[in-house]
Structure formats: structure tokens, C-alpha cells
Design a protein. Structure first.
Length: 59
């Protein structure tokens, strides 16, 4: 198989990242903030909104 297309694609990505390091760092921070906020919201909904540690009282 010829991997020249994949090699060129990855080379272009690496070259873009090395040339625009500040832009990539800002985009990475924005992406991580969005992902971590969604994860924290799901964590809050799962553990804190439910009475996770309270025992169920059934008569």
C-alpha cells in the first residue's frame, strides 16, 4: 500500500501546528474548557442532583 497521502497529510498538520503554535494553543484551551464543562455538568447531574448516598426507604 502507498502511504504517501497519509504521510503528506500528517506532515501538513505538523507544519501548521509548528507555524501557528499560539493559535493552536488557544484553540486547544477553548476545546478543553468546553469538554470539561460538559463533563462537570454530567458529573453534577449524576452525583449531586440525585440522592446518590441516601438509602431508599420502602415500607
Amino acid at each position: 500500500m502507498n502511504y504517501k497521502i497519509v504521510e503528506n497529510f500528517l506532515s501538513n498538520i505538523y507544519q501548521f501546528i509548528s507555524e501557528h503554535l499560539m493559535l493552536v494553543a488557544i484553540l486547544w484551551l477553548v476545546f478543553m474548557i468546553i469538554v470539561l464543562r460538559k463533563l462537570a455538568k454530567k458529573d453534577y447531574d449524576f452525583y449531586l442532583k440525585k440522592d446518590f448516598f441516601r438509602k431508599n426507604k420502602k415500607n
